[in-house]
Each structure stands twice: as structure tokens, then as C-alpha cells.
Design a protein around this ligand. Structure first.
Ligand code: C2E
Ligand code: CA
Ligand code: CA
Length: 773
């Protein structure tokens, strides 16, 4: 119902209006129509004025003479002038001086009706002098005839947006630098490259006018320019000349930044007293600069300096990014340092800092290359630290490490750090260049080794002495390749260890033997089970009377496969595996038995000395083992001990106690290898020992080397003052015997009189002596 009713009532209203109008005379009808048109116009004008006046944008009508005709409230607000102050004046009076001409061309096209409107972004100046960025739209108002009457201008305040934009633009630029530097971190390999690239990016991508990096040299403390960028060769040249060791301590802006560890900004170089190179900087176009401190490494520092061509260039936002940039450069440097460390790890021995095998070979390779061209000789000495294993065992790994470190330092000091490498845990290699012939090499190696070992090594407050054996090979005689030369030195070293010589030259007959320690160990266990070990005896002769004063029992392995194997080939392995305990006990028992057999044959039998390893001495049941071994022999026993390892000096209290008990069993004790081991004369007084054996290496060299002669003399007289008997080992010539007699050495042992011989041969010697006497 309702829906039908409504159109019906609307229809009625319209009809009523028509009736009124139709009811008017034509004249009245015209008047009414005019009045309502005027009213409509007025209303529209009012609406327009209101719109113009109340618009949120600035609006103006500008005459063709560029003078303001009308301005709205917003525009007055924007420019800070009243309408009265604006109207009648040229818009150009309010333009920013740099932007005055901006509108001209576009506006002319609008006035010529070529374009309906034109848009600009430009600055005006406010009454207070500040700039306002506006977006200006210009259109043309024409009269009814279509002639241009005035410009209609609509202005939006875009100052905020423009600031933002400029900022973004600038920050984008710094970001470009930042990301450039970050990319660098990944790919750059060296410091020099990083410095160079950082400066390049700052200038090319960051549009700084100059960039340079200075690094404080660790030695001199001077700031050194390491990279520059920017079209200012003269400036950089003068800069380098001016920087000196005083820079980091001085009053300048660089010193400031370095001292405080934060960036220092000079936003107006010309008026900043801290900028010392002011004239050069401004002369080359710089107006502002920033000094960014860099952390080059934990120890050193540097600066990145950036120049800009505008006063006030460096503001808070820019600085935030630049600080980050400096941080990134520092990070990149740390990264490089880390990767250098990794390479360092691969090439240097961690413990001693010496070159490892790889680097040593590389350097040797280079030396051989140059030596090959110059026809000079190069020698490689491979030094083996004796009994390192035993030091580790008795004093702990740390002690062994400390000893190796000290030795490495001494070697590096005497040979030069680039000439020495640590090849295996207890072997060092030394390279000698420009050597002439064997004798010079031998002398050089000897002298160096002696110098390095002269002073004792101190570990945990105790003094140790070290001995080394050396194998020497030479270029070009033994090979032209580094690897080969080192292998020959290894072969020579094996020989030196076998023969007990201090050093051995490589000779062609030294075939490269490869030993498999595991199978050797197994073979040695079998040898013990099958009783393949034998004792040979070497007589000790009284130097004054020529009588046999004693004998030393020396173990050999009578291998069905290998023949007679000397002890130095298997004792070290036995010490490592602990087998020395069983074998040592066997040797003691065997010596007791052999001694008893000689006595049983009615021979004048001297005392027999048995070698005892430090590994045996260290055991708690050491004494029990000794007691058990001598239990079956006579009392007092005819057996003495030689402590081959001077590590007896460690746990000195415990060893003194043990050795005293050995003494009480009626045995005497000799310190073996004296001078090369770890003992020092000062400690000898404390030990319950009766004999001191001068090492064979001293006996060999004493006649050729006055220093060694002096040493031997000193040892003998000191030993005598401690009431110790002195035995010289390895005497193989009459001259040596003669000299030792002069030096009042008590006994000698060596090939001169007899090599170590089997039981029966020893019996024959004793027999012969008895007849001669
Ligand atoms: P060491 O106790 O210093 O024994 C002396 C070594 O010098 C012996 O080597 C001997 O043959 C050698 N020698 C003696 N006079 C001369 C000489 O005039 N010229 C040369 N070229 N050499 C000479 P060997 O028998 O090879 O023994 C080497 C080392 O093996 C011994 O040195 C000793 O430390 C160890 N050793 C031997 N037997 C045993 C043992 O039963 N137990 C333990 N723990 N070690 C042993
Ligand atoms: Ca010995
Ligand atoms: Ca010895």
C-alpha cells in the first residue's frame, strides 16, 4: 500500500509548482528567473570565495605582470606574510634566490595555452627568511572572450617531504658505501686491498670529494697514509709529508679522534683550528671533513678521513651511518686478520710459532731455486730432541712443551726465524745457506747446536739439559728438491740415532728404510718371549793402570730375521710402550747371571753396570724389581746401575730415596751420558751417585774444539771435587786416551780397547788380562 501512495503525493507537489509559474505574467516570470540566476551566481561566488579562502592549500591569483592579485589565508600562513603585504608585489620577490627562474618557461606555455597547467617544485622565502619547499600548480584564467586574465596558482607545502627526500637521497648514498664495504668484507683478501677499496667506494659511490686511510705503524708510532682516493694528488702528497710520529699525540683533529676513539667532525674546515692541513684542504675544495677512527687490530689503530665540499655536510644522520661504516671497515680488518690466522695455523707450528713442515719445505724450495742459479750450496740439518718422550712421561706434557718452546726460541735466534721449522713433535729442521763443503757445514751445525744447548732449559723451576742428534743433507749433492733433501736428512738422522753419533751426513748407502712401529712392537714382544735378547759387554779400563775396571752390559736383539739389532733401534719404542720394564728386568737378571757364571769360572770378574731407563726408575716397584733381580746372585751383588736418563733430576726427593736404597743393596750408581742429558752439576751433589760418565760426543770433539776440551776438564775436576769417579765413553783413539789421562779421568770405555762383545768373548778378555797380570 505505502509504495503506491508515495509517487502519487510527489506528483501532486510538482503539479502545484507548475501551476504557480504558469499563473505568472511573462514579465514577472522573467524577473523571477533573473533574480534566481543572480542568487545562484552569488551563491556560487560565495562558495568559490569560501573554497579559495578556506582551502587547505595555498592559493593565489597572479596577474600577468607576476604580481599577486589575490591570496588566500593558507598562502599567507605558508609565507608568513599578511594578504596586504603580498598583494601588489611580484611573486619573484618571494622566490628563493636559487629558484627564481624555475617557473618561467612552464608558466609561459600555460599562458600561451600550449599546456592546460604546469607543475613545479621550488622554494620560496618566508618572512622570517627560512625556505619553504612548495609544489606549485599554475593554470590560466581567461575572460569571457577567452583572453588570458590572470594565473591561478595552487601551492602545497612540501618542505617536510623534500627534507625527507634529500635525507633519503643522502642516506642512500652512504648506504651504497656501506653495502659496498660489506661486499668487500667477503671478497677482499688483503689489508692493502681493503684500504684501497674503502677509499674508492667512499669517493666514487659516496660522492665524498676525498678519502684517505692512515695507519699507525706499530714500531715508530707514526701515522702512515696507506690509501687515498679523490682528485687531489697535490693534497695527498703534502699530507703524507706532513704526517709524522707526532700526529697521534698532537692537538689536531686526527689526534682527537684517535685519542677519544670516536669520530671527530670539522663541519667548517676554514674556521676550525683543529684542522692542521686547513690551507691544503680548502685549497683543494674541501669544506668539511670527518675523521673516523678505525680499529685495525687489537694493537694498532688508524683513521678513515672523508672530505666533503659543503660546509655543514656532516649531520647526525650522516654520522650514524659513517660510524657504522667505520665499524664495518674495522670488522673487515678483523676478518682479514682472522683469515690470516687460519693460514698462519696451516703454515706455522702452534706451540713454537716456527714454520711447520709445509712452510719450511716451501722456504727451502725457494732457497734451492736461488741457490741453483747462484751455484751455492744449501744444507738442511734435521735435529732430533732426544728423550722428549721421557720428559713428557715424567714431567708431563706441559714440561715437554716448555722445553720445545725454549729450544725453538734459541734455534730461531741463532739461525734466523725463517731458517728454522718444526717438522715433527720432536724434530726441528734448520736451513743453512751458502755453505762450502762438508767441514764448514759440520762446524756450523755443531756450533749452532752447542750454542743452543749450552744453557740449561728451565721448566717449573727445575733446570734440564737437552741433547739433540742431527742428520744433515746438502744441496745439490743429495738432491735438488726440498722434499727429497729433507727425507735424506731424515735418513741421516736415523743413522745418527743408530750409531749414537751427534750428527751424521747423508751418504748414498743410507737407503730409505721405512719402519712400521706396530709390527716392530709385536716382533719385540715375540723376541722377549723367545729369548732373542742378548747382552754384550764392553770393558771399562782404568786409565792409570790399564786394568779392566768394569764392564757395561749392553743389550742387543739377536733377530733371526734382521740379525743383530742395536739397542737404539728398539729402546725408544720400548720406553714408549712400557715394554722397557720387562726387558729392563730381564737385562738385570741376565747380567747377574752372567756375572755369576764368570765368577763361577774363577775369573777375576769386574763389576758389571746395567743401564736403567727413567721409565723403570719412575715405577713404584723399581726397588722390588732390583731386589728380585739380584736375589739369586751373591751378596753384595757385583752389579751396578747406569741411569741413562738424567731425568733422575726430576722428583729428586723420590729418586734420592730410591737410589739410596739401591746403594744400601750394595750397588753403585753412575750418571750416564753426562753433559747431554738433563742433569746439572749442581744437582749431582745431592744424588747418591758414585760415577759420572762423560758422553761420547764430548770425547769425539774435545781434541778439535778447545771449548769442549775446557768443558771436559771442568766436568772431571768438578766431579772429583764431589768425590765422583769419572768414566769417558767412546774412546776410540790413543790421542783421546792420552788426553783423558792428562785430565785425570779415571776410566775409559770405547772401541780403542774393545767393542761390546758377547759373553764368551768377554770371558776371553778377562782371561787374557788375568794371564797378562
Ligand atoms: P750408552 O749407555 O751410552 O752405551 C754406550 C754406547 O756407546 C753403546 O752403544 C756402545 O756400543 C757405544 N760405544 C762405546 N764405545 C764406543 C766407541 O768407541 N765408538 C762408538 N761408535 N760407539 C761406542 P749401544 O750398545 O748401541 O747402546 C746404545 C744405548 O742403548 C746405550 O747407550 C744405552 O743408553 C742404551 N742401552 C743399551 N743397553 C740397554 C739396557 O739394557 N737397558 C737400557 N735401558 N738401555 C740400554
Ligand atoms: Ca750406559
Ligand atoms: Ca752414554
Amino acid at each position: 500500500m505505502k509504495t503506491n501512495h508515495q509517487p502519487a503525493s510527489r506528483g501532486k507537489l510538482a503539479r502545484a509548482r507548475e501551476m504557480i509559474r504558469d499563473g505568472l505574467s511573462p514579465g514577472r516570470r522573467y524577473a523571477v528567473e533573473r533574480i534566481s540566476a543572480e542568487a545562484a551566481l552569488r551563491a556560487s561566488e560565495l562558495r568559490f570565495r569560501q573554497t579559495f579562502e578556506l582551502a587547505g592549500s595555498g592559493m593565489a591569483h597572479v596577474g600577468l605582470d607576476d604580481r599577486f592579485l589575490r591570496v588566500n589565508r593558507k598562502l599567507c600562513e605558508m609565507l608568513g606574510y599578511s594578504a596586504a603585504e603580498l598583494i601588489g608585489r611580484s611573486v619573484k620577490d618571494f622566490s628563493h634566490p636559487k629558484d627564481i627562474g624555475i617557473t618561467d618557461a612552464g608558466r609561459d606555455r600555460v599562458r600561451q595555452k600550449k599546456d592546460a597547467s604546469a607543475r613545479f617544485e621550488k622554494r620560496y622565502l618566508r618572512k622570517d627568511g627560512s625556505a619553504i619547499w612548495v609544489s606549485l600548480t599554475v593554470a590560466l584564467a581567461c575572460d569571457s572572450a577567452g583572453n588570458p586574465e590572470y594565473d591561478i596558482a595552487v601551492l602545497e607545502d612540501i618542505t617536510g617531504r623534500m627534507d625527507q627526500f634529500k635525507r633519503i637521497e643522502r642516506l642512500t648514498r652512504v648506504y651504497a658505501v656501506l653495502s659496498g664495504i660489506n661486499a668487500l668484507i667477503v671478497r677482499v683478501g688483503s689489508r692493502a686491498e681493503l684500504y684501497h677499496e674503502a677509499c674508492r667506494i667512499a669517493v666514487d659511490e659516496g660522492r665524498f670529494t676525498k678519502a684517505w686511510i692512515g695507519v699507525i705503524e706499530p714500531g715508530s708510532g707514526a701515522l702512515k697514509v696507506v690509501a687515498t682516493r679523490g682528485n687531489a694528488a697535490r693534497f695527498f702528497k703534502r699530507l703524507e709529508a706532513k704526517l709524522n710520529r707526532n700526529v697521534p699525540r698532537g692537538e689536531g683533529i686526527i689526534a682527537c679522534a684517535l685519542r677519544e676513539g670516536r669520530p671527530a667532525i670539522a663541519n667548517d674546515i676554514a674556521n676550525d683550528p683543529r684542522v692542521l692541513e686547513k690551507a691544503d684542504a680548502t685549497g683543494s675544495g674541501s669544506r668539511a671533513l670527518v675523521v673516523l677512527p678505525l680499529e685495525i687490530s687489537s694493537a694498532a689503530a688508524g683513521v678513515l678521513v672523508l672530505h666533503a665540499d659543503a660546509v655543514g655536510f656532516f649531520d647526525a644522520d650522516e654520522m650514524k651511518l659513517l660510524v657504522e661504516l667505520a665499524g664495518d671497515v674495522s670488522f673487515a680488518l678483523a676478518h682479514i686478520e682472522r683469515s690470516e690466522k687460519v693460514t698462519h695455523l696451516g703454515l706455522y707450528d702452534q706451540l713454537t710459532g716456527l714454520a711447520n713442515r709445509t712452510l719450511f719445505l716451501e722456504r727451502l724450495h725457494q732457497s734451492l731455486h736461488t741457490a741453483g742459479q747462484g751455484q751455492t750450496k744449501v744444507a738442511v740439518a734435521l735435529l732430533d730432541v732426544e728423550r722428549l718422550h721421557t720428559i713428557n712421561e715424567s714431567l708431563g706434557r706441559q714440561a715437554g712443551d716448555a722445553v720445545l718452546k725454549q729450544l725453538a726460541e734459541r734455534l730461531a735466534e741463532s739461525a734466523g726465524s725463517t731458517e728454522v721449522g718444526r717438522i715433527t713433535s720432536d724434530q726441528f729442521a734448520v736451513k743453512f745457506e751458502a755453505m762450502n763443503g762438508r767441514s764448514e757445514m759440520a762446524r756450523t751445525v755443531e756450533a749452532m747446536v752447542r750454542k743452543c744447548l749450552a744453557a740449561p732449559f728451565s721448566v717449573h723451576g727445575t733446570q734440564l739439559r737437552l741433547a739433540v742428534k742431527a742428520g744433515i743433507s746438502q744441496f745439490p749433492a743429495h738432491g735438488a728438491e726440498a722434499e727429497l733433501l729433507l727425507r735424506k736428512a731424515e735418513a741421516a738422522l736415523r743413522k745418527a740415532k743408530e750409531t749414537g753419533e751427534k750428527w751424521t751426513f747423508y751418504t748414498r748407502d743410507l737407503t730409505e728404510r721405512t719402519s712400521d712401529p706396530l709390527t716392530l712392537e709385536n716382533k719385540l714382544r715375540h723376541a722377549l718371549e723367545k729369548d732373542e735378547f742378548v747382552l754384550h759387554y764392553q770393558p771399562k779400563v782404568d786409565l792409570a793402570t790399564g786394568a779392566i775396571a768394569g764392564a757395561e752390559a749392553l743389550i742387543r736383539w739377536q733377530s733371526p730375521e734382521l740379525g743383530l739389532v742395536p739397542p737404539l733401534k728398539f729402546i725408544p719404542l720400548m720406553e714408549e710402550t712400557g715394554m722397557i720394564l720387562d726387558v729392563g728386568a730381564w737385562a738385570l737378571a741376565k747380567a747377574v747371571a752372567d756375572h755369576a757364571r764368570w765368577v763361577g769360572r774363577g775369573l777375576v770378574t769386574p763389576r758389571v753396570a746395567v743401564n736403567v731407563s727413567a721409565i723403570q726408575l719412575r715405577k713404584n716397584d723399581f726397588l722390588a724389581t732390583i731386589r728380585q733381580a739380584i736375589g739369586r746372585g751373591p751378596n753384595p751383588p757385583g752389579i751396578d746401575l747406569e741411569i741413562t736418563e738424567s731425568l733422575v733430576m726430576q722428583d729428586i726427593e723420590g729418586n734420592i730415596r730410591k737410589l739410596k736404597e739401591v746403594r744400601e743393596l750394595g750397588m753403585s750408581i753412575a750418571i750416564d751420558d753426562f753433559g747431554t742429558g738433563y742433569s746439572s752439576l749442581a744437582y749431582l751433589a745431592k744424588l747418591p751417585v758414585q760415577t759420572l760418565k762423560i758422553d761420547r760426543s764430548f770425547v769425539i770433539t774435545m781434541l778439535n774444539d778447545p771449548d769442549v776440551m775446557t768443558l771436559v776438564q771442568t766436568i772431571i775436576s768438578l766431579a772429583h771435587s764431589l768425590r765422583l769417579k769419572v768414566v769417558a765413553e767412546g774412546v776410540d783413539s790413543n790421542e783421546q786416551a792420552q788426553m783423558l789421562r792428562l785430565l785425570r779421568c779415571d776410566e775409559m770405555q770405547g772401541y780403542l780397547y774393545s767393542k761390546p762383545v758377547p759373553f764368551e768373548a768377554m770371558a776371553a778378555l778377562l782371561q787374557a788380562r788375568a794371564h797378562a797380570a
